[in-house]
Design a protein. Structure first.
Length: 124
């Protein structure tokens, strides 16, 4: 199932644009008409990123990660993580927290623990 989410993100989130409802369309029952919702920008003022990836928790929470660019000086340039609790209709940029103390950017990925919902992240 996670591959479907990631594929939907690559196709639908190109340029960090996600579509509300695109995830439910990927899992519509056989014979049901699939429809995509209105595109929703997954961004924040002053944020310049690319190469988005998307993951879904078992509770339906969606996460988009995107690198901030090339590695910079300390404190680093940690990659961004957005969270949606409403199936992609709105997105919130999460705080960088401890990951801001390390170099980052360039490539990033996240994984969601299916049992606990805990996020794990890699960043250059």
């Amino acid at each position: 199932m996670q591959r479907i989410w990631r594929y939907a993100a690559i196709v639908g989130a190109l340029g960090l644009t996600a579509t509300a409802g695109m995830f439910s369309a990927m899992t519509s029952p056989a014979g049901a008409a699939n429809a995509f919702g209105t595109p929703v920008a997954v961004s924040a003022p002053g944020v310049d990123s690319g190469e988005p990836g998307i993951d879904a928790a078992t509770d339906g929470t969606l996460y988009v990660n995107a690198p901030a660019g090339l590695v910079s000086n300390l404190p680093g340039s940690p990659s961004y993580v957005w969270r949606s609790d409403d199936h992609g209709a709105t997105w919130t940029l999460t705080p960088t927290s401890l990951r801001a103390n390390l170099p980052g950017g360039g490539d990033s990925d996240i994984a969601v623990d299916k049992a606990t919902g805990k996020l794990y992240m890699t960043d250059l």
